[in-house]
Design a protein around this ligand. Structure first.
Ligand code: AMP
Length: 273
């Protein structure tokens, strides 16, 4: 529903095809894909974990918080997500206006078309795909490098919330809060941020990630042990937006997440109830 290129049902079909026992669907600011994914999961024997990815305002940079094992119907979280999506839609228009002012021939309709009828949450990858489809750039990556990345001329910020609220929203919806891919942050922030969020009630930290090197994984694992956090992982699969990433396996098989991880997360959730 946000920045992948498969529908939720197609995602689960691919998971089944790859022999995965479970997967979490974690759209940015959106839980709308969970019901379809669950229906497909029941049909195909794949356990679907309801998740979401929230953007946290923090000086460390692009800090993302994953909520797993959520109640998708919980009203407070649903209301906040709807607000974030409203900001995203306005931001989508703003990015298009910036591009137009730079002389790029693109309209919001092009972006909406690239996002597809099922997309509920407009993001920069949709703008990038529209630019590729119109042959203005050769790749999504080029669109980010020329215009869309932070610091580039068509960048616009999205709605962000502070870390304490993000963790509270996830917990309030019955879920567990996990810091996504800290290894993508500037090096001085990685471990420091995990400590900071642990003090706010963080449940887990994503260690297995395609873009985490082995030294980063080792350091995060050690810190998780010290702080009593659950170690998680994910392939961060985005379909054609990240063509080198394989669902559930990462890049060249560099991600391994076993069912034990899901058991640990459920245990953590149960312990707090
Ligand atoms: P948004 O939530 O709209 O700010 O878009 C963020 C998403 O854009 C990320 O989750 C990535 O999928 C994608 N993204 C961010 N930076 C890049 C980049 N340099 N190249 C390609 N995709 C990117």
């Amino acid at each position: 529903m946000s920045d992948g290129t498969l529908t939720p049902a197609q995602l689960v079909e691919l998971a089944a095809h790859k022999g995965l026992a479970a997967l979490a669907v974690t759209d940015h600011d959106h839980l709308g894909g969970v019901a379809d994914a669950r229906r497909a999961g029941e049909r195909l024997g794949v356990e679907v974990v309801a998740g979401v990815e929230l953007s946290v305002a923090h000086e460390a940079g692009d800090v993302h918080l994953l909520g797993y094992l959520l109640d998708p119907e919980e009203p407070r979280l649903a209301r906040r997500l709807a607000e974030f999506r409203g900001v995203r839609a306005r931001r989508g228009h703003l990015i298009v206006e910036k591009l137009q002012a730079l002389g790029v021939e693109i309209s919001f309709e092009d972006v909406a078309r690239a996002a597809g009828p099922g997309a509920g949450s407009i993001g920069r990858p949709h703008v990038a795909r529209a630019l590729v489809e119109k042959r203005i750039v050769a790749s999504v990556q080029e669109a980010f490098e020329r215009w869309l990345a932070e610091g580039r001329p068509a960048y616009a910020p999205k709605a962000k919330i502070d870390a304490a609220e993000a963790i509270a929203l996830v917990r309030g919806a019955g879920g567990v809060a996990v810091l996504a891919h800290p290894g993508l942050l500037p090096a001085p922030w990685r471990l420091r941020l995990v400590r900071e969020l642990a003090a706010l009630g963080l449940d887990g930290v994503e260690v297995e990630h395609p873009r985490h090197d082995s030294a980063t994984r080792h350091a995060l694992r050690e810190l998780a042990r010290e702080l009593g956090l659950v170690v998680t992982g994910g392939s961060d699969f985005h379909g054609e937006n990240k063509p080198d990433v394989d669902l559930g396996y990462g890049v060249g098989g560099n991600v391994l997440v076993t069912m034990e991880t899901l058991d640990w997360l459920k245990g953590r959730q149960g312990a707090r109830r």
